[in-house]
Design a protein around this ligand. Structure first.
Ligand code: PLP
Length: 454
């Protein structure tokens, strides 16, 4: 798997030097991976080194890299036409995709769909729609939330201060409250005895003291907090939150940009709790890597007048084609695979957790899996320094993983990942964990095993 003695290799180093001169300094390059090509869960860098990709971009390439069916559909579409603004004109791909998304979104009622190019734009659309429909201005969002980086979405984001520094003032009227992160409960309470103090706080404190509920347009919530640390809320949390929203005529917006499109073993993560949102936002995994986002709402909500919202590239026919093929593959077995391989990974990681003092709080659903990297077994929080070291060692050993939250790592592989590939990832991960614990860096996954899987 390793062709060069060191990472990055000579070609990668050359490109990184150039990159450093021309690209925005705001990008957060996690490790020096310079990609040349990909296939399934595998990536090759420009020096011929091979990696097992447990990132899928950032939880994007649901069908794996360059799935042959997606590639074939794209090639056909590219030869037909590339663009004819979906805001101003009609074409079948956009309509077919809207029908499909309306069909798979939770809840049986009719839906309408707004198409755009990215996650943050999907959130902007949902935010504008919530204000437009309710004629209310205020919004509730959560600490730890990541909803994007354009000014509206950034106003909802409260994941890392660096993402907001020097960009204020942001949108007024956004109130952040603690998420149901039971391991770090702000109220020092324990589930279920807490009786959802974090939801009660919104009603008993926020609504009574500072934000009249009849001024609140929407509650924006990630069914599983993503960038914030892959935090899975306890049973009943979303149900309570939805009940609260309903009580005051507030829209419940589920941001499924990271958790949606089959990743958690359901098409949308909120389905794990049987809650039907008023609006869902999707992007990332929707089109196997082609840029596309969508806000899907109950049909009566999306009755804004022509010209109220739109964009040039949204619903691009090539991206819509990729999305239709992606959804067909998800429905054809990949969602089931995410659940099956995800369960296997979570169980195996819990076994590794029992053997390693530095691994804690393995959590997740399907292939959305997070875990803390801790300095000692009783630590309540992960250590970002150790976590960063582990991510680097995994990279050196041929496994691509990403950080999330303060001291956690995530597994978010393509949904095509097989049990054998998962076993190999676990082997590299545990070896890397041992290395990190010893403060050494010797373990290398056996190349022969890699060879048999490709
Ligand atoms: N919402 C969630 C839950 C996300 O995880 C992200 C990206 O990580 C976004 C919104 C923003 O998406 P994008 O980066 O495509 O703008």
């Amino acid at each position: 798997m390793r062709k060069t003695k060191t990472l990055p290799g000579p070609r990668a180093r050359k490109l990184i030097r150039k990159d450093d001169l021309v690209l925005s300094k705001s990008y957060t390059r996690v490790y020096p991976l310079v990609v040349e090509r990909g296939k399934g869960v595998w990536l090759w860098d420009v020096d011929g080194n091979r990696f097992l990709d447990f990132n899928a971009g950032i939880a994007v390439c649901a069908t794996g890299h360059s799935h042959p069916r997606v590639v074939a559909a794209l090639q056909k579409q590219v030869a037909r036409f590339l663009h004819m603004s979906g805001t101003d004109f009609y074409y079948g791909q956009e309509i077919l995709l809207a029908e499909k998304l309306a069909g798979i979104a939770p809840g049986r009622s009719a839906k309408r769909v707004f198409l755009c190019n990215s996650g943050t734009e999907a959130v902007e659309a949902a935010l504008k729609l919530a204000r437009y429909h309710t004629r209310r201005s205020q919004v509730i969002a959560f600490y730890g939330a990541f909803h994007g980086r354009t000014m509206g979405a950034l106003s909802l984001t409260a994941s890392k201060a660096v993402q907001r520094r020097h960009f204020t003032p942001l949108l007024p009227g956004v109130t952040h409250v603690p998420y149901a992160d039971c391991r770090h409960c702000c109220y020092n309470l324990t589930y279920p005895a807490c009786d959802f103090a974090c939801v009660n706080f919104i009603e008993e404190v926020v609504f009574k003291k500072s934000v009249p509920p009849d001024d609140v347009a929407a509650i924006f919530v990630e069914p599983i907090q993503g960038e914030g640390g892959y935090i899975v809320p306890p049973e009943g949390y979303h149900n309570r939150l939805k009940k609260l929203a309903e009580k005051y005529g507030i829209l419940f917006v589920a941001d499924e940009i990271q958790s949606g499109m089959g990743r958690t073993g359901r098409m949308f993560a909120i389905e794990h709790w049987g809650v039907v949102p008023d609006v869902i936002t999707v992007a990332k995994g929707i089109a196997s890597g082609m840029p596309l986002g969508a806000a899907v709402s109950r049909a009566p909500l999306m009755q804004w007048e022509p010209g109220a919202h739109g964009n040039t590239f949204g619903g691009n026919p090539v991206s819509c084609t990729a999305a239709l093929e992606t959804i067909s593959l998800l429905e054809g077995g990949l969602v089931r695979n995410a659940e099956r391989v995800g369960n296997f990974l979570i169980e195996s990681l819990r076994e590794i957790e029992a053997r390693h003092h530095s691994l804690a709080a393995v959590r997740g659903k399907g292939l959305m899996i997070g875990m803390d990297i801790v300095a000692h077994p009783r630590a309540k929080r992960g250590s970002s320094a150790l976590r960063n070291k582990l991510v680097e060692i995994c990279f050196e050993n041929g496994l691509l993983i990403l950080p999330c939250g303060d001291g956690a790592v995530r597994f978010a592989p393509p949904l095509v990942v097989t049990k054998k590939e998962a076993e190999l990832a676990l082997e590299i991960f545990e070896g890397s964990l041992s290395e990190m614990e010893k403060g050494k860096h010797r373990f290398l996954a056996k190349p022969s095993r890699m060879e048999t899987l490709i």
